[in-house]
Design a protein around this ligand. Structure first.
Ligand code: SAH
Length: 279
């Protein structure tokens, strides 16, 4: 049993896992298999695994692909991972010890990971700077729901907008708490993310989007007015800002932020950028 094996390995090495470090180890073979199936792996793949832990997923990945690049930050855990791979005669895993948000990733074709939840957001955005086929990633359910939420839904957020514009993302299946050791406080979900470059998503757009979603329920014109400091560091008075915003499509600035679709937010940001450039 994988649960027993995991428990015994941790006990043998006197490791107490720490939820604060995102340490929730997947101990359910059914969900591990479903992750592997959805990754459609073959021997041409190089898989990046972020947060390998003691290797419950790593071992299964290594069987199918040419190479696994496994990142793990916790120095107490890495020796156990190495020992386990050695025992199983697995030699196609390169272990990188360090913080995955800071390390430069080497080449990979796919990402398959049960992510440490506290770095969900920075890792997701970091991945968008790389070119790869797709990612199969485990997130906390709440985060996964925000990733795929549609305009008008309560989970719709800046993250949903970015995912819609820079990826094709779908929620594949939910994973219950008892699939993990230790058991997390909330359920999880596995996401498939296919990256797609979008040249319109630049820093100005990101800033505009942030300003809007600071006031998600307000009309977008009002949201822009109240958070204009996120968009421009020019020291403008309120009436000048109001005037600038009035140059944006009238129908869009009257709409509530949470109802705007990503393409409409792109229009708002590009129109605003044009008027600001004329200042
Ligand atoms: N994939 C394993 C472990 C998942 S738990 C399994 O499913 O069983 C997430 C792992 O990520 C933990 O081992 C934790 O120590 C590690 N981790 C946490 N923060 C990290 C970071 N910033 N960079 C790399 N690894 C990290």
């Amino acid at each position: 049993m994988l649960a027993t094996e995991t428990f015994n390995l941790l006990k043998k090495h006197q490791i107490r896992l720490d939820r604060k470090k995102g340490q929730n180890y997947l101990i359910n073979n059914h969900f591990l298999s479903r992750i592997i199936e959805n990754a459609h792996l073959d021997d041409s793949d190089v898989v990046l695994e972020i947060g390998a832990g003691i290797g419950n997923l790593t071992v299964l990945l290594a069987e199918k692909v040419s190479k696994v690049v496994a990142i793990e930050q916790d120095k107490r855990i890495v020796p156990i991972l190495r020992e386990r791979l050695n025992e199983k005669d697995i030699s196609n895993v390169e272990i990188l010890v360090g913080d995955a948000t800071k390390l430069k990733f080497p080449y990979f074709s796919k990402v398959v990971s049960n992510l440490p939840y506290q770095i969900s957001s920075p890792i997701t955005f970091k991945l968008l700077h790389y070119d790869f086929d797709f990612a199969i990633l485990m997130y906390q359910l709440e985060f996964a729901k925000r990733m795929v939420a549609k305009p008008g839904e309560s989970d719709y957020s800046r993250l949903s907008v970015m995912m819609k514009l820079c990826t094709q993302t779908e929620l594949l299946f939910k994973v219950p708490k008892n699939a993990f050791l230790p058991r997390p406080k909330i359920s999880s979900a596995v996401i498939k993310l296919i990256p797609s470059r979008n040249p319109d998503v630049d820093q100005f757009f990101v800033n505009t989007c942030r300003a809007l979603f600071q006031h998600k329920k307000k009309k977008s014109g009002k949201a822009l007015l109240q958070s204009f400091h996120e968009i421009s560091d020019l020291d403008l008075d309120r009436s000048t800002i109001r005037d600038l915003i009035s140059h944006v499509d009238g129908k869009l600035i009257e709409e509530r932020v949470f109802k705007l679709n990503p393409e409409e937010i792109l229009i708002i940001s590009s129109e605003l950028e044009v008027v600001l450039e004329k200042m």
